[in-house]
Design a binder for this molecule. Structure first.
Ligand SMILES: *Cc1c(COP(=O)(O)O)cnc(C)c1O
Length: 386
């Protein structure tokens, strides 16, 4: 639990936020691989930086406090964090995944963990009856994203956690899109939260990193063991960058969301736009559930243009908004899920889960919303097939 009543304060003062030795208000970058021992068995708390490093530890204690967990762990990427968490499983186990999880998560299970006979099933976490029927005896865990990437599908985390726990499943939530400022899955019943901290937590598109937070001492011991054994740890400098990014999360998120709500309204009212997927719109699939479990709809929007618009031309006509993978940075980005973030999902599965070739994903940045909308409006205009 956080020592602070408000997340805005915990973002700045949570975890280990002052350097004990000097009083420095920023934890120094402890750029060291090893630590002098005062004698055999006499260590000062650190022995080797894969096992523990003070800068990384400051970040780990911060994310644990923000998510309300027992312990946090920092990894070299979101995928390294997910790999560590999935390493809790044994061969023969099966994982359920929400129907539009991040493409890399799908690939990790489909192409790597399958070597170790760890299986997966794409599950419908939005329908509890269907979901429960998918829990066979070998299912040991579920990975939920809410909102899920890229159709912003909302899952009722509390309800799915309840059903899952009835069957002894480990409930893992990828909270990348929401961050602990907007949604805290452990409070909703999840056991483990993972993040691609590359996105909103870092916030400046300058560091690749991953985090995991667990809600029991037992899981903490297991993940600490896996983290040290498999070694995908975050470097001291990158840990510093992430702590620095997290301090401004609340002000950035407020602006991201303000801009996203305006952008979603603009898209919804535009005749060239066929569908808008944004949990902050009352017309969207998961509006009510999302409102119950999260502070607001976040800042990720997906949309489709009508058939008489050339999507290739649309991407080429944007001037301010960049075509790029990733999301959650201060700058607005668009991507084409079918050929970029979700290209590792086979076409037939993509079609089945609704990731059409015309789908555009927008990460709304914190520039002037007038400039963002003007750029998108201009690109839509130029992309019309006459
Ligand atoms: C980007 C992303 C990941 C992967 O994280 P990396 O830091 O790129 O390894 C996992 N889940 C979600 C939802 C993401 O957006």
């Amino acid at each position: 639990m956080s020592r602070f009543n408000n997340t805005e304060t915990a973002l700045i003062h949570g975890g280990i936020s002052i350097d004990e030795r000097t009083g420095a208000v920023n934890i120094p970058i402890y750029q060291t691989s090893t630590y002098k021992q005062d004698g055999l068995g006499k260590m000062r708390g650190y022995e080797y930086s894969r096992t523990g490093n003070p800068t990384r530890e400051a970040l780990e204690s911060l994310i644990a406090e923000l998510e309300g967990g027992v312990a946090g762990f920092a990894f070299a990427s979101g995928m390294a964090a997910l790999t560590a968490v999935l390493s809790l499983l044994h061969s023969g186990d099966r994982v359920l995944i929400s129907s539009n999880v991040y493409g890399g998560t799908f690939r990790l299970l489909n192409k790597v963990f399958d070597h170790f006979s760890i299986n997966y099933t794409i599950a419908d976490t939005t329908d509890l009856t269907v979901y429960e029927s998918q829990i066979t005896d070998d299912v040991k865990a579920v990975i939920i994203e809410s909102p899920a990437n890229p159709l912003m599908t909302v899952t009722d985390i509390r309800a799915v956690a309840e059903v899952s726990h009835k069957h002894g499943l480990l409930v893992i939530v990828d909270n990348t899109f929401m961050t602990p400022y907007l949604q805290r899955p452990l409070e909703l019943g999840a056991d483990i939260v993972v993040h691609s901290a590359t996105k909103y937590l870092g916030g400046h598109s300058d560091v690749v990193s991953g985090l995991a937070v667990v809600n029991t001492k037992e899981l903490a011991e297991q993940i600490a063991f896996i983290q040290n054994s498999t070694g995908g740890v975050l470097a001291p400098f990158d840990s510093f960058l992430l702590i620095r990014g997290i301090k401004t999360l609340a002000v950035r998120m407020d602006r991201h969301v303000y801009n996203a709500e305006k952008a979603a309204e603009f898209l919804e009212s535009n005749n060239a736009v066929k569908n808008v997927y944004y949990p902050g719109l009352e017309s969207s699939q998961g509006y009510e559930v999302n409102r119950r479990q999260a502070k607001n709809g976040g800042a990720m929007i997906s949309f489709e243009l009508n058939e008489n618009y050339d999507i290739k031309k649309f991407f080429e006509s944007l001037e301010l908004v960049s075509l790029a993978e990733s999301l959650g940075g201060v700058e607005s980005l668009v991507c084409h899920p079918a050929t970029m973030t979700h290209a590792s999902i086979p076409a037939d599965i993509r079609k089945k889960v609704g990731i059409t070739d015309g789908l555009i994903r927008l990460s709304v940045g914190i520039e002037s919303i007038d400039d963002i909308i003007a750029d998108i409006a201009h690109a839509i205009e130029l992309s019309e097939i006459r």
